[in-house]
Design a protein around this ligand. Structure first.
Ligand code: ZN
Length: 324
């Protein structure tokens, strides 16, 4: 039996159910917030209660599992997530990795092969430790490996993260899940990098592909073996949901349903795009948008229950399983 690590412990892959594959709960920046608290962070207990309420609502709408890809660089803090997980029926899966578009924090300038504090690449050790031993002293294990490239491409710092992700994949078999910038087609560079690093592209989930309306680009990424994320429903400041729906329907009609995963990249709180900004600029960017708006819309367009289940249950479980 294949089991998937969740915040509450292992769950059989076939029991994950309907899964949102790329979400966030709390995106924070402890160093900034310790000096300059964000007025929209209402405090630990109120924000945890808010997240629990969101997750209980999701469960009632048929969502069974949520993948929280808030990795270091985005303020990952597992004890807070454990409190949410303890009070909801939704499975929460977390990741390791590092989120940066350009540079790594100063610690990594002095630690690593050939650097001042010479030694093995700490990122590789950290990623593998999160997966095999657990995160800090929480006992919670990471299931996926997250990396990001954006408009700056594969900088020196991002390249170190990606090399460490490839090494952690080879060691653990876990899927690498990515952030991309579709205007720069960074999914292509990611696939080339990981192919060179010997990572089978079926074990790389190229994220944020739903921001694109370039069918040829998306099909190229999938034809190379990767599953893609139509994972930003509601992020209408980037692309309207009507366009995202058109792309989804088109790809299903062309037979790509076994390569698609659905999610929102939403959050309960983000210091980077705070709740008041989100409700003003992108009011549908929340964790229930797929359940409330997207699924009814694609059903109306002829997408079958079997296709929805393929995307939200089967493909999600396959990605979360990684190499058997
Ligand atoms: Zn994200």
């Amino acid at each position: 039996m294949t089991t998937i690590e969740t915040v509450r412990g292992p769950v059989a892959a076939e029991d994950l159910g309907v899964t949102l594959t790329h979400e966030h709960i709390f995106t924070k920046n402890p160093e900034i917030e310790q000096q300059w608290p964000d007025p929209e962070w209402e405090g630990e207990e109120p924000m945890i209660a808010k997240a629990v309420a969101v997750f209980q609502t999701l469960k009632a709408k048929g969502i069974d599992t949520v993948v929280d890809l808030t990795v270091p660089g985005l303020g990952r803090y597992i004890p807070r997530i454990q409190k949410v997980a303890a009070a909801t029926d939704v499975n929460i899966v977390v990741g390791t990795g590092f989120y940066t578009f350009k540079d790594l924090p100063t610690f990594f300038n002095t630690h690593g092969p050939g650097l001042m504090v010479d030694g093995p690449e700490p990122l590789t050790e950290f990623f593998i430790r999160d997966i095999t031993e657990g995160i800090g002293d929480t006992g919670v294990k990471a299931q996926l490996i997250k990396i990001a490239t954006d408009e700056y491409g594969i900088t020196e710092g991002v390249g170190r993260v990606m090399s460490a992700a490839a090494a952690a994949h080879h060691e653990t078999g876990r899927t690498i899940s990515t952030h991309t910038h579709v205007e720069h087609f960074t999914g292509r560079d990611q696939q080339a990098f990981f192919r060179n690093a010997g990572v089978p592209l079926e074990h790389v989930l190229i994220g944020h592909c739903g921001d694109s309306t370039d069918l040829d680009y998306l099909k190229e990424i999938m034809d190379n073996g990767s599953t893609i994320g139509l994972d930003r429903f509601g992020m209408e400041q980037v692309l309207r949901d009507s366009d995202r729906i058109d792309m989804l329907v088109q790809l299903v009609e062309e037979g790509y349903e076994d390569r698609l995963t659905l999610s929102h990249d939403a959050g309960v709180f983000s210091i980077n795009t705070p709740p008041s900004w989100r409700s003003r600029v992108a009011p549908n960017w929340h964790h229930a948008n797929i359940s409330d708006n997207i699924l009814p819309a694609i059903r109306e367009r002829g997408v079958s229950e079997a296709s929805i289940s393929q995307m939200m249950v089967t493909n999600a479980a396959r990605v979360l399983t990684g190499r058997k």
